[in-house]
Design a protein around this ligand. Structure first.
Ligand code: GDP
Ligand code: MG
Length: 177
């Protein structure tokens, strides 16, 4: 439980989007439960997971939504995006195609979500450096052009997962408080 008992000052809905198998569910498992699984089955049933944390002495409940195998283009429903104040737009650094699809995801996100939504571009599986197919520079340049935050993460090694969520949540906090 967060400091200050069970009082929740804010609830922030954050959505995870990106191609299938880029590691969205494992990023969420790492952030919400500090868990990781190498043979994660397609997510079923659970719509979101929460983690409560403290930002500037306020208790913030992050409600993180994960797609349940709806990653086909335009299959994610508008209910998924509704009310979202943050998004992690995830690709796999070893799968060029997952990065090439990012503009589509961004377009879909911008078409559905609030115009002030805070977006973090996430290049996951940074532990697989020897299989890298997307350079850090390319991603950085794209993020800059589109006004997105950017980090490379490894859900497996727990690298930058916390930072990715905290950057988004802190930015949201700064906007609404
Ligand atoms: P999703 O379809 O986007 O939800 O992807 P999953 O979270 O189910 O992950 C797909 C596969 O990639 C699984 O076998 C995961 O164990 C693996 N995976 C996820 N994150 C990482 C990571 O950071 N590094 C490595 N090496 N594998 C990962
Ligand atoms: Mg999944």
């Amino acid at each position: 439980m967060a400091a200050g008992g069970d009082k929740i000052d804010y609830v922030f809905k954050v959505v995870l989007i990106g191609d299938s198998a880029v590691g969205k569910s494992q990023i969420l498992a790492r952030f919400a439960r500090n868990e990781f699984s190498l043979d994660s089955k397609a997510t079923i049933g659970v719509e979101f997971q929460t983690r409560t944390l403290v930002i500037q002495h306020k208790s913030v409940k992050a409600q993180i939504w994960d797609t349940a195998g709806q990653e086909r283009y335009r299959a994610v429903t508008s209910a998924y995006y509704r009310g979202a104040v943050g998004a992690l737009l995830v690709y796999d650094i070893t799968k060029r195609q997952s990065f090439d699809h990012i503009p589509r995801w961004l377009e879909e996100l911008r078409g559905h979500a609030d115009k002030n939504i805070v977006i973090m571009l996430v290049g996951n599986k940074s532990d697989l450096e020897d299989q890298r197919a997307v350079s850090t520079e390319d991603a950085k340049e794209f993020a800059q052009k589109e006004g997105l935050f950017f980090l490379e993460t490894s859900a497996l090694e727990a690298t930058n997962v916390e930072a990715a969520f905290m950057t988004v949540l802190t930015e949201i906090f700064g906007i609404i408080s």
